[in-house]
Design a protein around this ligand. Structure first.
Ligand SMILES: Nc1nc2c(ncn2[C@@H]2O[C@H](COP(=O)(O)OP(=O)(O)OP(=O)(O)O)[C@@H](O)[C@H]2O)c(=O)[nH]1
Ligand SMILES: [Mg+2]
Length: 451
């Protein structure tokens, strides 16, 4: 995957500083060359690549790292800041007088994102939102949009039997054009299809769209740059939305798209549900991209009844090597409340938990099921038993199994998992590389876990 490639190459360029106490010009030049290659290969355009690498070179040579900070971490932080800078601060879209045209290739998530955006503005700003379904090529597009927006108070305009998209947009604007925000969903297109291109250009002209959002699947990778260019040439893209960031891909393509069009990332899609939309924040995105993990994101994902301090306390405890069943319970509770394991994993550094980030779908589903069962079992335990699981003898195991409606084997499985997790946590504590990674992650986020 393009993005994995980018991350690994950035890491290996930074690796050139390994073991060094002072920067020297030759190493910095070499690092800069490696970085330049990595960015170009990831479809960054030449101009922004040059800018990024020159600035990093200069900072490395001129800035002293903070005392105690390894040169590698220092360089990583510089790269991180540069990438954040290139992606720019988030841009706000006014919640009134906007007509937004959604464009993108087949199956990228245009229709889903149209519904997500409509619902987002409706909920967040309480304004009147309408959507127009102008996709006459995908069967059932109108029904799909209606279904996604059921019960949201968003007006949906469509003519499922009609075949002239431009006419639909005209009619639609007449019917629902008075809304504060009008979003127009268009047909997915292939860059080679002349007829669809013409249709899109005509729609853009009729709609006088104030924004043209390019929807791009996080998995697109290398191809994103040229795709973005094609759409940019057709309609002039003003904003980028990356979808499917909840999957394993981490959105490298988005960077290329943004670098190509200069149209900032505005939202990211993180699931199939209408509510799975997040406003884009460059710092968070880049730290995930670089596999630095995202403690801040993790805290934000934590359920409402768990405040930031509590989430930090738990993280700190997990890192400290003390790890009772109660801790595992809290951790699981947090995980299951947060929602899918997928979502959680994408916020953790890659190497954490032995590379769990690369679990198969089946394994993840299994983990989700285990969580539910383990919670039931732990609900049947006394506090003391949860604090000191080693106390659990056969008779107690039998009692707990009966109390929770599970088998004795289930209870033993839970204890075995605790034992494994405990060892893993100890491992993390003892693993200097892991600790360093946690440390650098904290540096980036400006947090101190006291590791
Ligand atoms: N996991 C995940 N799935 C998504 C996301 N966004 C969209 N999808 C799914 O991707 C598939 C395609 O989404 P659509 O919204 O139909 O895509 P489209 O671009 O409108 O597709 P066409 O109209 O065929 O061009 C659907 O199964 C969606 O549920 C996302 O952020 N995460
Ligand atoms: Mg669609």
């Amino acid at each position: 995957m393009a993005l994995e490639g980018l991350k690994n190459k950035i890491l290996s360029s930074v690796g050139l500083l390994k073991g060094k106490r002072k920067v020297d010009e030759d190493t910095v030049k070499e690092l800069s060359r490696a970085l330049r290659r990595a960015l170009l290969e990831a479809d960054f355009n030449v101009r922004s690549t040059k800018e990024i690498t020159e600035r990093i070179e200069r900072s490395l040579l001129e800035e002293e790292p903070r005392p105690g900070l390894k040169l590698e971490t220092h360089a990583m932080n510089l790269i991180y800041s540069e990438l954040v800078r290139i992606l720019g601060p988030p841009r706000d879209v006014r919640p009134h007088n906007e007509t937004i045209l959604m464009v993108g290739l087949y199956g990228q998530g245009k229709t889903t994102t149209t519904a997500k955006l409509a619902d987002w503005w409706r909920r967040r700003h309480g304004v009147k939102v309408a959507v127009i379904e102008a996709d006459v090529h995908r069967p059932g597009a109108y029904a799909q949009l209606c279904q996604l927006l059921e019960g949201t108070n968003v007006d949906v305009y469509g003519e499922p039997e009609a075949s002239d998209a431009v006419q639909i947009v005209k009619n639609g604007l007449r019917e629902v054009g008075h809304a504060d925000i009008v979003i127009i969903d268009t047909a997915g297109r292939d860059s080679l299809d002349e007829e669809l291109r013409e249709e899109l250009v005509n729609i853009a002209e009729i709609a006088k769209a104030t924004e043209r959002f390019l929807v791009i699947d996080a998995q697109v990778g290398q191809a994103a740059g040229p795709v973005a260019q094609t759409f940019h040439d057709l309609v002039g893209v003003t904003g980028t939305i990356v979808t499917k960031l909840d999957g394993t891909a981490r959105g490298g393509g988005a960077l290329s798209a943004v670098a190509t069009t200069g149209a900032p990332l505005i939202f990211v899609g993180e699931g199939e549900q209408v509510k799975d939309l997040e406003k884009f924040e460059s710092d968070r995105f880049i730290s995930r991209l670089l596999g630095m993990g995202d403690i801040k994101g993790l805290i934000d994902l934590a359920p409402g009844d768990m405040d930031e301090a509590e989430a930090m306390r738990l993280t700190q405890r997990l890192m400290s090597g003390r790890f009772t069943l109660t801790d595992m319970y809290a951790q699981m509770q947090m995980m299951s409340k947060i929602g899918t394991v997928d979502k959680l994993m994408s916020h953790l550094p890659d190497t954490m938990f032995g590379g769990m980030g690369s679990m198969s779908r089946g394994q993840k589903k299994q983990m989700q099921e285990n969580l539910t069962r383990f919670q039931t079992i732990m609900d049947s335990m006394t506090q003391q038993e949860k604090d000191e699981p080693l106390l659990l003898k056969q008779s107690r195991i039998r009692r707990i199994a009966r109390g929770s409606g599970c088998t004795e084997k289930d209870v033993k499985d839970l204890l075995a998992q605790w034992n494994r997790s405990r060892k893993m946590m100890k491992g993390i504590k003892g693993d200097r590389k892991m600790r360093r990674q946690m440390q650098s992650m904290m540096d980036v986020d400006g947090l101190d876990l006291g590791l």
